[in-house]
Each structure stands twice: as structure tokens, then as C-alpha cells.
Design a protein around this ligand. Structure first.
Ligand code: HEM
Length: 425
């Protein structure tokens, strides 16, 4: 029998706290970015700090340059020799992770680890997981229980929980221990909060990380002992090999811990952003209801228009000149994806949400060597969540008793809440 999914209080609270930390003053963001692209596309300083948002770049005491144009962001993300990622090890969670924080690795070390991980995250694996883990899980645990209710707030009942539940399931963890799952999810969010330059959040992140280690290691060891032949992610990572290298249990445990914050918050917010765009554009919602092959286009345009993680941080390994500004070796570059994805020299009418626009490279999932390894997983689970909502909740629409959702935030974007109603049986 289905039970109503209680809005997950501690998780929703953690989600709101992380959002608040990275929100800043976003009231005039589109105009500020437009003016920067036109007049000051390379700015000495950290725009996040100027706008009052926690920043991934502000911890180092080095000079920071924020870049706003599509061409410059692409150049920086593409050239991994000149613009390295190792600084993320210092500023983020690297020290806790024994050098296995993939986002902070460079050169051959990164290439090799990526080579081991990539085959577990291909579109083909995701299409298999779509049928075996993802759709059944989201349908049974999140959407079916909503059907009789007639109304819900989608961020707290669906958004914050389904991505972590999906990760938990694809890792091959048993599905019958909700308390363990909630603990896992809450810790994942605390870990993300630790990326900000805030001592209390850092302490909470460190503790959450420590507490995640042992249960995860035990699961990896148990899987290896039983032959690791399954289709789940832990078994795949145990079997994975690239250029003769494999991962030991400690390395897999660290990757799993790192994956949790990477895979949860981003996916939750992107789901909520996509729902907001659908309600803001009823004609697109109608087209999608009639033709589900449009799902990927709607998602991709949502990610372009409102990327969730809007800044990428790199360190200059040489003096470089961007837009006539000389950036000295050792400086930090904060690449503003939110601005680059709206660059009018690449995207026609960039502020318009247009699912039929010409496909051009956008950076919502990153670009180049560090491009999101979980992109196909994220896409499949968001598509399933949105598709099932439309399939199973007839005449789904915004609840007129609440304010319309608004996508907000400087360095982490998303709506705070999406209140909906539908025709209950
Ligand atoms: C909508 C959801 C997601 C968004 C918007 C997103 C975004 C990103 C971005 C922008 C990067 C590049 C970071 C950089 O260049 O410094 C990245 C990297 C990464 N993402 Fe995601 N991500 C999402 C979901 C996921 C999921 C579900 C996973 C699960 C495995 C994941 C795992 C990773 C990993 C491991 C990296 C590091 C890749 C590398 O450094 O080679 N992400 N993600």
C-alpha cells in the first residue's frame, strides 16, 4: 500500500540552508551580467563576494578574476594545462578525500581516474538503469503516493529526496531502511555546505564526511567479498579497469562519498528549475504533454537558461591575457557559467526560454575534461521524475494559493518551492 511521502523536514531544511548560503543578492543578475559582457568581461575581483553569496573561489587569499563571456569560459575550461583544477583540493573537500576528489585532479592523474569511472556512467548504462532502478523507484516511492493528495510542494516532497534515493539505489544499497537513507542524504547536503567559506559549515561537512566513511566501506567490502558481479555502481567500480589500473576499497569509498554531494543538490535544483520553466511556459508544457520526445530539449534549455552551479574555479599556471586584461600566474579564475550561457554573441535572444533554439555548447554540466561524469544519470532521473509527474497527476498545475515559483540565487540557483495541484481521483 502506498503511504504519503512526508516532506522530509531535516533534508528540506539542509537544502534551504545551503541555498541561502549561496543565494546572495540576485535581484538584478541578468542586467549585471549583460553589462559585464558588454563593458567589463574580465573583472578583477569575485562577483560572488560583491553580490553577497558564498563563493567557491574566495578561500585562497590569491587575486581573483571573474570572467563573463562564453568564449573565455570555454577557453579556460578547455585548456586544462594553463587553467588547472588542483586549487579545488585546497578550497573544498580535497583534504578529506586522500587526493581522490576528481574535480580537483589534473593531468594524467585525472585522465586515468576518469578513464576508470567513465564506463560506469555511459548513456547505455543509464538507459539500463532507467528501466531497472530509476523509473520504478521514482514511480513507487515518490509519485504514486502523491496521487490521492491533490496538492503538494514539489521541492520538499520529491525534489530534495529523489536524487539521493536514486544514487543510494544504483549503488546497490538495500531499499528497506528509510532511516539509513535519510542519514545518508542529510550528510551529503552537509558536505556540500562545507564547500562554502564558513567555518561552522566546514566543521559540519567534515563530521558528515567522517561518518559516511565506515558504512560505505563496509558495503564496498561486502560487495567485493560476494564477487561484485551485479549491475549496480559499486560492483561496476570494483570491476572497472583502465590502463591496468583498478580502484581499491578505500578509493571506491571515497568516490562514493564525493559523489553524494555532486549528485544530489545539483539534480534536485535542476528538477525544480525545469518544473518552474514548464509552468512559466504553458505552451511548452502542452507540447511536452503531447510529445515526450521533447523532454531532453526542455531539460537542456532549462540547464542553459538557469544552470544550477554557476561558477567554475581554476588556477592560472602562467600569465594569461583575456580580453586585454593580463591575469598573473597564480591567480584564481572564477568562470561565470550563468553569464556565458546567456552570451548574446552565441545565443540569439539569450534571456528567452526557447526549446527550439539552435543547439550550441553551454556549460551547465561543465565543459572539457572535467565535464560532469554523472550528466547522463542526472538527465535520465530528472526526465523520469518530470515524465511520471505528468503521467500520473492529471491536469498538474500551479497551486493558485501560493506565490509562483521563482528561479533565484547567485552561485547556486533554483526555486525555493513549487506548489502544485492536480485532479485527484
Ligand atoms: C543536474 C545535475 C548535475 C549538474 C548540473 C552537474 C554539474 C556538474 C558540473 C558543472 C561539473 C564540472 C565541474 C568542474 O568543471 O569543475 C560536474 C562534475 C562532476 N559531476 Fe556533476 N552535475 C550533476 C549531476 C551529477 C550526478 C548525478 C553525478 C553522479 C555521479 C555527478 C558527478 C560529477 C562528478 C564525479 C564530477 C567531476 C568530473 C571530473 O572532474 O572529471 N554529477 N558536474
Amino acid at each position: 500500500m502506498n503511504t504519503q511521502p512526508a516532506p522530509n523536514a531535516s533534508l528540506a531544511e539542509g537544502f534551504a540552508q545551503v541555498g541561502a548560503l549561496f543565494a546572495g543578492d540576485d535581484g538584478d543578475l541578468d542586467r549585471i551580467y549583460r553589462e559585464h559582457r558588454a563593458n567589463k568581461p574580465v573583472m578583477q575581483g569575485d562577483i560572488c563576494a560583491e553580490l553577497g553569496s558564498a563563493s567557491f573561489a574566495g578561500h585562497t587569499g590569491r587575486p581573483i578574476y571573474t570572467i563573463f563571456k562564453h568564449a573565455d569560459v570555454m577557453k579556460v575550461l578547455r585548456d586544462t594545462k594553463t587553467f588547472t583544477s588542483g586549487i579545488l583540493m585546497e578550497t573544498g573537500l580535497g583534504p578529506f578525500l586522500d587526493g581522490l576528489m576528481i574535480t580537483g585532479l589534473d593531468g594524467d592523474e585525472h585522465r586515468q581516474l576518469r578513464g576508470i569511472l567513465q564506463p560506469s556512467f555511459t548513456p547505455a548504462v543509464m538507459e539500463e538503469w532507467r528501466e531497472t532502478y530509476i523509473r520504478p523507484l521514482i514511480q513507487r516511492s515518490f509519485i504514486e503516493p502523491l496521487i490521492p493528495l491533490g496538492k503538494a510542494e514539489l521541492v520538499s516532497t520529491v525534489g530534495v529526496m529523489f536524487p539521493i534515493h536514486v544514487v543510494y539505489a544504483v549503488l546497490g544499497f538495500p531499499d528497506n531502511d528509510p532511516a539509513a537513507l535519510e542519514t545518508f542524504a542529510t550528510k551529503a547536503l552537509k558536505v556540500l555546505g562545507g564547500m562554502a567559506n564558513n567555518p561552522e559549515a566546514k566543521r559540519a561537512a567534515f563530521e558528515a564526511f567522517q561518518e559516511l566513511y565506515e558504512p560505505t566501506l563496509l558495503a564496498v567490502q561486502a560487495r567485493r567479498a560476494s564477487g561484485a558481479e551485479g549491475p549496480d555502481l559499486i560492483s561496476r567500480l570494483i570491476r572497472a579497469e583502465f590502463e591496468g589500473r583498478t580502484l581499491d576499497d578505500h578509493q571506491i569509498t571515497n568516490f562514493v562519498r564525493m559523489m553524494l554531494p555532486a549528485a544530489s543538490e545539483t539534480t534536485s535544483r535542476t528538477f525544480a528549475i525545469m518544473m518552474t520553466h514548464l509552468f512559466d511556459h504553458p505552451e511548452v508544457l502542452e507540447r511536452l504533454r503531447a510529445d515526450r520526445t521533447l523532454m531532453r530539449k526542455v531539460l537542456d534549455e532549462s540547464v542553459r537558461h538557469d544552470a544550477v552551479a554557476t561558477f567554475k574555479v581554476r588556477e592560472c599556471q602562467a600569465d594569461v591575457t583575456l580580453q586585454d586584461v593580463v591575469i598573473p600566474k597564480g591567480s584564481i579564475i572564477s568562470a561565470c557559467v550563468g553569464s556565458a550561457n546567456r552570451d548574446e554573441t552565441v545565443f540569439e535572444n539569450p534571456d528567452v526560454f526557447d526549446i527550439d533554439r539552435k543547439q550550441m555548447a553551454a556549460f551547465g554540466f561543465g565543459f572539457g575534461a572535467h565535464m560532469c561524469v554523472g550528466m547522463w544519470l542526472a538527465k535520465v532521473e530528472i526526465e523520469e521524475a518530470v515524465g511520471l509527474l505528468l503521467d500520473l497527476l492529471p491536469n498538474l498545475r500551479l497551486d493558485p494559493a501560493f506565490p509562483r515559483p521563482v528561479v533565484r540565487g547567485v552561485s547556486l540557483r533554483g526555486p525555493d518551492a513549487v506548489h502544485v495541484v492536480w485532479d485527484a481521483p
